[in-house]
Design a protein around this ligand. Structure first.
Ligand code: NAD
Length: 440
């Protein structure tokens, strides 16, 4: 199959490289010239484990190309994927579809012969209808079918997720196009990955429903963590106790600083807006969004409490900035709101992240960056673990105690056990796991 992938970001680049690895001929089209130049010279514009090797192998095999020329890329393609961003629209929280609409027009101008156009971007229900209309208006003679194929990969495990997905969802109502999409995913089909063919509108809804459900699950356990803190329970044990029930499942039950990232916050909010537009409100999701927004700043207050209620002129060292480990993605990371609230309360903030500091510099003002956990801990009044990178899972507390002004750890990911940290003379604070004396 000849595939054009429009948008070479986290989703487009990983999907394009994986499709090439399946043996398809893939051209990734990207608006950002600098990104294309870097990709052509073998440099990855994002941090994603395994991606550089995959791109290198498939580029050398001649199956993966990069261009800024959408017309040339699309002209000979059997399938064109749209994988551009759909961020929150400024001011109202609806998904901003302007990039999708522009691309639909550009593709329509350039296609030749029967072409399946597939939205891989996360888009509100009915967007496939809009894309189809735009394309027909632009090129009334074009032989196209518009399908929906939402992507479920997770940053940090994106290649594994793409190659071994829990399911592939394809929203399509045309037999010719269904045959094309079956061929595109044939290698996964042979690996017995479940492929769900459904209507286009249903596929669009599945993606938002999945993300909103996961966001709700995280928010639920975060509220249970708060309850544990005032009642003396242990949220990790509650999570295990409920997660072993197959109807609930153990994943996405880690209490923490609230969900962030490029998807959950914007998708949950977009789903709320869709529900409101259609007069079918999603009150659970509305509440999830609002609880999660408040939670990030509540984590700032937790740090202040751990520092005896005052962090003015104190130095807080933040471990981990990205919204989760194994990515350099800072979009909607909880660290942003947490650091903002620390600044507001008068603290000096230092930070270290294994991959996210370049992206963080563009977003966070007045932060001093260091090259390791130990460098930022020097003279600090409090260490706050925000993102659970592996590098922070076996910290040398003896060394840290010698470096810090006050040995205090606020562990917002429940990475450590209280006794092991306290044994080194640290004051330890975590999420939903109070000590016998009520300390959280
Ligand atoms: P991204 O911002 O990393 O990438 C989008 C890319 O599209 C950018 O590189 C941008 O320059 C490019 N682009 C924009 N307009 C273009 C045009 N006209 N022609 C060519 N390229 C253009 O975004 P992403 O994280 O890859 O997300 C893309 C979509 O996939 C979104 O709808 C998102 O919700 C969805 N999604 C993301 C993830 C994830 O983990 N990031 C997972 C599943 C679904």
């Amino acid at each position: 199959m000849r595939i054009a992938m429009v948008g070479a970001g986290y989703v487009g680049l990983v999907s394009g490289a994986c499709f090439a690895d399946f043996g398809h001929d893939v051209i990734c089209v990207e608006l950002d010239k600098d990104k294309v130049e870097r990709l052509k010279s073998g440099e990855m514009p994002i941090y994603e484990p395994g991606l550089a090797t995959l791109v290198d192998a498939n580029t050398k095999a001649g199956r993966l190309l990069f261009t800024t020329d959408i017309a040339a890329a699309v002209a000979g393609a059997d399938v064109v994927f749209i994988a551009v961003g759909t961020p929150s629209r400024r001011g109202d929280g609806h998904a901003d579809l302007s990039y999708v609409h522009i691309v639909a027009r550009d593709i329509a101008h350039a296609i030749s012969g029967f072409t399946v156009v597939v939205t891989k971007s996360t888009v509100p229900v009915g967007t496939g209808d809009d894309v189809e209309r735009i394309m027909h208006e632009t090129r009334p003679d074009a032989d196209i079918v518009v399908a929906s194929n939402p992507e479920f990969l997770r940053e940090g495990a994106a290649i594994e997720d793409f190659k071994r997905p829990d399911r592939i969802v394809v929203g399509i109502e045309d037999e010719r196009a269904r045959a094309v999409m079956s061929e595109v995913y044939r290698p996964l089909y042979l690996n017995k990955a479940p492929i769900q063919f459904t209507s286009r509108r249903t596929a669009e809804l599945i993606k938002y429903a999945a993300n909103a459900f996961l966001a709700m699950k995280i928010t639920f356990i975060n509220e249970i963590a708060d309850l544990c803190e005032v009642t003396g329970g242990n949220v990790q044990e509650v999570a295990r106790g409920i997660g072993l029930d197959n109807r609930i499942g153990g994943k996405f039950l880690n209490a923490g600083p609230g969900f962030g990232g490029s998807c959950f916050p914007k998708d949950a909010l977009a789903l709320v807006k869709i529900g409101q537009d259609y007069g079918s409100p999603l009150r659970l999701v509305e509440t999830t969004v609002s609880i999660n927004d408040q939670r990030k700043r509540a984590m700032g207050r937790k740090v202040i409490k751990a520092c005896a209620g005052d962090i003015r002129n104190k130095t807080i060292a933040v471990l981990g900035l990205t919204f989760k480990p194994n990515t350099d993605d800072m979009r909607e990371a909880p660290s942003i709101a947490i650091i903002q609230s620390l600044h507001d309360a008068g603290a000096r903030v230092r930070a270290y992240d294994p991959e996210g500091m370049q992206a963080a510099r563009a977003l966070l003002g007045d932060v001093t960056y260091g090259a390791s956990a130990y460098e930022i801990a020097e003279g600090a009044d409090c260490l706050v673990l925000v993102t659970e990178w592996n590098a922070f899972r076996s910290l040398d507390f003896g060394r840290l105690k010698g470096l810090m002004k006050t040995p205090t750890l606020v562990d917002l990911r429940n990475v450590y056990r209280r006794p092991e940290v306290e044994a080194h003379g640290f004051a330890y604070h975590s999420v939903g796991r109070p000590a016998a004396d009520g300390t959280v």
